[in-house]
Design a protein around this ligand. Structure first.
Ligand code: IMP
Ligand code: MG
Length: 185
């Protein structure tokens, strides 16, 4: 379902967005469901939710409040080189979690899976640290180039193959603060 923006949103400076793809209400409803799914999927053990910065920061902060079980939170900062809109596959960790990963359930939280190259590299790195389990939670999945070698256990929405912004997702660092997800013109 798409909703045409009828009001001028003062958060949008000059550049208009084409359409709202997921409204604030749709996102909140789905985040609540994923939170419940996650709580059910981990009946015991230590759960460490690892947010991949910066894109996942809003999703992660809403999501953890919907997971009704004990958990810990840390972040990963990965830098990929090359074009801003196409993933190069060369990924370097610029911030590595201080927390011990061994023996814990690790849930890697990502904003959007496009080619899957970023996650392939990060999952390889994390797997090497011998967690008890390692799963991916992505708010959006484009399902276009299925290069991802790991399953995405928890997915918010199967996203259209358009460039999306808002709710943490950026274009050249803009639009992350939109409370909805929109398609860029
Ligand atoms: P991948 O390595 O190709 O899967 O790219 C994933 C990363 O590219 C995400 O974490 C985003 O930072 C960025 N990305 C991919 N598609 C979009 C989009 O539609 N909007 C904003 N960022 C995107
Ligand atoms: Mg980005």
């Amino acid at each position: 379902m798409s909703v045409t923006i009828s009001i001028a949103d003062p958060r949008l400076s000059g550049r208009a967005v084409r359409r709202i793809v997921y409204t604030q209400q749709q996102i909140a409803g789905r985040v609540r469901e994923i939170g419940e799914e996650i709580a059910k999927a981990y009946p015991d053990g230590d759960l460490l939710v690892l947010g991949l910065l910066k894109g996942s920061f809003i999703f992660l902060s809403d999501l953890v409040r919907e997971i009704r079980r004990p958990l810990q939170i840390d972040f990963l900062v990965a830098a990929s080189y090359g074009d801003a809109t196409v993933s190069s596959g060369t990924v370097k960790l610029v911030y590595d979690p201080e927390t011990e990963l061994g023996g814990k359930h690790i849930l890697l939280v990502e904003d959007i899976v496009d080619t899957g190259r970023t996650l392939n590299r990060l999952m390889d790195l994390l797997q090497a640290r011998k967690p008890r389990s390692l799963e991916i939670c992505a708010l959006l999945h484009k399902h276009v180039a299925a290069e991802l070698r790991y399953p995405t256990r928890f997915v918010g929405f199967d996203a259209p193959n358009e460039f999306l912004v808002g709710y943490g997702l950026d274009h050249a660092e803009n639009f992350r603060h939109l409370p909805y997800i929109a398609s860029l013109q």
